[in-house]
Design a binder for this molecule. Structure first.
Ligand code: TPP
Length: 552
């Protein structure tokens, strides 16, 4: 092909990777790149803060399993991107971050907006690089996507100096459709794991985000059915088993007694599947370090003194679970000690169901969640922000399918819900999407309401209003018997939303919430509902569930 601008080649490489959207804000140092994007098949989505763009790429990558792409300029554009990139790092979402940079010739000296962005991104990326020469663009882009998408996925970053992007170059994109070899455990390892499980008096499965990431929920369901072994889910594993599945033990990770009530206290063997330690430390379910642990994951297990695995089955989770299920098909009949059902689920779902009759106003969380569950179908999505509402959702909102209740549990940054919901709607236009936010976190990225209106992504944003950083109040009250530094006043969220051009409502009576939510869900534009919330009911639910062990 002919010689052309490096930025054109760069965008051709993005196209070769199947990129459909780039989320971000252009800068003076990305002019060539943005011009090349304009002439391409890729849609550049302007956002209102780079953090929003990074979060959109984060969710886009999570749901499509192909890296989402975000763009910021040098200096402040890059620093603004970093929270969303860090989220993708800890929550393991494939993402490629692009940042502009000054010319190579002014990088060695004090220079306008120049900071060392490559060093800044290093701790929150799997790999990153400064582009020193346009010649290597095909390799650099291919590598950025390959590394981001490889298990366990995460972000990569490419810095694009302005003068390099303006060079003339003659090169071609590398093919992206390379077959990825998935390693497989050996037959011996599989038999060893099967023997440990077969010999267990009380085996239990702990399933995490890793299963959803590779689309292996169907294999997990079949494993549970064939073996009769109960499955507890982490916050990010919600919906791997339908909560109505008799083998579903519930969502664990809020309190110390969760694990006990889900059967971990009595368990001699714990089978972890796609479990990321970042979600909740193994100390919580293996405090005495006496469990035998079989780990099934796409990569070797992390080292933790409470997570000393006996066998690690590393590779394709779907395949491994199917092989093990085959091996253990007779287990159910032979092992009467294997139980299903859990006290945890009974207690939590009991409170959830009772919520429907709670007519307190301001509304209490179980009723609010009950109304949302009724309004959403099996495949629709609830996207949580971070705060006390997240703990309620994790604890209590029943999920039928994976990737339908989205909870950030690695970095857990406030302000994630709105931008990620916009991306989720772009990926799944046929699904109805609700976000639940605290009034603190919602204002952190409220500027993306404009993006939602502009893109006409009909998401319904529910803001639980209490004029406080609720989860911090909750923690302070428990620790000190008082709270401080946590109260604030809010703007009129209805008028704020209306000023962005979207319909909005304030709920004034408990019975209005359900009908208003349904009305909002039927619209083809984004909307907002302010729901006054009463947090006096303890998310801990009762002493039965013990003291909490998480941060929001
Ligand atoms: C960006 C960010 N800053 C601070 C925190 C620590 N933090 C966790 S929850 C929380 C309060 C959340 O308040 P709000 O958004 O009103 O939700 P609520 O707890 O009331 O449901 C804070 C400050 C965080 N997780 N992320």
């Amino acid at each position: 092909m002919a010689e052309r601008k490096a930025s054109d080649l760069f965008v051709e490489c993005l196209e070769a990777e199947g990129v459909k959207h780039v989320f971000g804000i252009p800068g003076e140092e990305t002019l060539d790149l943005n011009a090349s994007l304009e002439d391409s098949s890729i849609t550049f989505v302007p956002v209102r803060h780079e953090q929003g763009g990074a979060y959109m790429a984060d969710m886009y990558g999570r749901l499509t399993r192909r890296a989402g792409v975000c763009l910021g300029t040098l200096g402040p554009g890059a620093t603004n991107l970093i929270t969303g990139v860090a989220d993708a790092f800890l929550d393991r979402s494939p993402l490629v971050a692009l940042t502009g940079q000054a010319d190579l010739e002014r990088m060695h000296k004090e220079s306008h907006q120049h900071i060392d962005v490559v060093s800044m991104f290093r701790p929150v990326t799997k790999w990153n690089v400064r582009l020193y020469s346009s010649r290597v663009i095909p390799e650099v882009v291919r590598k950025a996507f390959k590394v981001a998408q490889a298990q366990k996925p995460g972000p990569t970053h490419i810095e694009l100096p302005e003068d390099v992007m303006a060079e003339l170059v003659d090169a071609e994109p590398l093919p992206s459709k390379v077959r990825i070899r998935r390693p497989e455990p050996s037959g011996r390892e599989l038999l060893e794991a099967a023997a440990i499980i077969r010999g267990a008096a009380n085996p239990v499965v702990l399933a995490g985000n890793g299963v959803a990431r590779v689309g292996a929920a169907a294999a997990l369901r079949e494993f549970a059915r064939a073996t009769g072994i109960g499955v507890a889910e982490t916050f990010m594993g919600k919906g791997l088993l339908d909560y109505e599945d008799p083998r579903a033990l519930g969502t664990v990770g809020l309190q110390s007694r969760d694990y006990a009530l889900a059967g971990f206290d009595d368990a001699d063997v714990v089978i972890t599947v796609g479990y990321d330690l970042v979600e909740h430390a193994p100390k919580n379910w293996n405090p005495r370090r006496d469990k035998r642990i079989v780990s099934i994951d796409t990569a070797a297990a992390e080292v933790d003194e409470h997570f000393m695995t006996e066998v690690e089955l590393v590779g394709d989770i779907y395949h491994i679970l199917s092989r093990l299920a085959e091996e253990l098909r007779d287990l159910h009949a032979d092992a009467p000690a294997v139980r299903a059902g859990s006290r945890l689920n009974d207690i939590v779902l009991g409170r959830f169901e009772a919520g429907r009759y709670d007519d307190a106003f301001p509304v209490r969380p179980p009723r609010a969640l009950w109304e949302i569950r009724q309004a959403l179908g099996r495949e629709d999505m609830l996207i949580s922000d971070v705060g006390l509402h997240k703990l309620w959702i994790a604890r209590m909102f029943p999920a039928h399918e994976p990737d339908t209740v989205m909870i950030a549990n690695g970095l857990a940054g406030m302000g994630i819900a709105l931008p990620t919901a916009i991306a989720a709607k772009l990926v799944h236009p046929e699904r109805r999407i609700v976000t639940v936010n605290g009034d603190g976190g919602f204002l952190m990225n409220a500027q993306e309401l404009e993006t939602a209106v502009r893109l006409r992504t009909p998401i319904v944003n529910v803001v639980w209003e209490n004029n406080q950083y609720g989860s911090i109040v909750w923690k302070q009250e428990k620790k000190f018997g008082r709270h401080f530094g946590t109260d604030f006043a809010n703007p009129d969220f209805v008028r704020l939303a209306e000023s962005f051009g979207m319909p909005a409502w304030r709920i004034g009576a408990v019975d209005d919430f359900g009908p208003t939510l349904r009305r909002a869900l039927d619209l083809d534009v984004p909307s907002l509902i302010v729901l006054p919330i009463d947090y006096s009911l303890d998310v801990a639910i009762s002493e039965e569930l013990g003291t909490e062990t998480v941060a929001a």
